[in-house]
Design a protein around this ligand. Structure first.
Ligand code: CA
Length: 245
């Protein structure tokens, strides 16, 4: 059984490597996120033990990039309880399980074995919103029979919206899911991607499924009927949000 350990604390990495080797695991160690991502792409592992706080690329990002690239190797995330990072985030980013530091080696071993036994999780299923199909396993999108070419970032934004089709997703949530949880650049970058998406998934098809909900965010409409925004521009604003302004 082959395990990739991505951990920048060299002493801990060494201890874990030796311990796991004694249990019969073959262990590769990466001391930063970028090397970890590279190794994961080069080799097949039965599981990845991934620290969150890593130089060059944090564990969430490594995890998300693997998942975005269709790699479903089981991941055990090592989170630090410092208030800034949490377990939910680990799972949201595609980890299968998590352990809070400091942890006991026996618990890590048990969790790791359970993960390996369970194997990689199911590839995520494609999401269908009307005739729009968003397939995260293949990073593909189509409207009806027409394949739509999206950049990875456009795809990530659309996927975040499609997962919650019919609901309003805030700009902050989109930033968090499609960029980095620590992204602190200009939030208006989201608008740029929304516009690009509209030009690809709506305009050519005479649709208006990607709706701006003023002051709240964006919504991918379940019923993106042809041209209905132009006929009724007010529909973009929800009554709850405008009341009292
Ligand atoms: Ca660390």
């Amino acid at each position: 059984m082959r395990v990739l350990l991505v951990e920048d604390e060299e002493r801990l990495a060494e201890l874990l490597r030796n311990g796991l080797a004694e249990e019969g695991f073959a262990v590769d160690v990466a001391l930063n996120g970028r090397d970890g991502l590279w190794l994961a792409g080069e080799n097949r592992y039965d599981a990845i033990v991934l620290d969150v706080l890593l130089p060059l690329m944090n564990g969430y990002e490594v995890c998300r990039r693997l998942r975005d690239g269709g790699d479903w190797t089981p991941i055990l995330m090592l989170t630090a309880k410092d208030g800034e990072y949490d377990e939910v985030e680990a799972l949201d980013n595609g980890a299968d399980d998590y352990l809070c530091k400091p942890f006991s080696y026996a618990v890590l071993l048990a969790r790791l074995r359970a993960l390996v036994r369970r194997g990689g999780r199911e590839r995520p299923v494609a999401i269908t919103v009307d005739d729009l199909v968003v397939d995260p396993a293949g990073l593909r999108c189509r409207r009806g029979d027409t394949e739509i070419a999206l950049t990875p970032k456009e795809f990530a934004v659309l996927h975040a919206l499609a997962r919650r089709a019919g609901e309003v997703v805030s700009k902050a949530e989109l930033l968090e899911q499609a960029w980095d949880f620590a992204y602190n650049g200009d939030p208006s970058i989201v608008e740029v991607y929304i516009s690009a998406l509209r030009r690809k998934i709506d305009t050519p098809f005479g649709r208006n499924s990607l709706v701006t909900v003023r002051g709240a965010g964006y919504r991918l409409d379940v019923r993106g009927t042809p041209g209905n925004a132009r006929e009724n521009p007010k529909r973009e604003t929800t009554p709850e949000r405008t009341r009292g302004r």
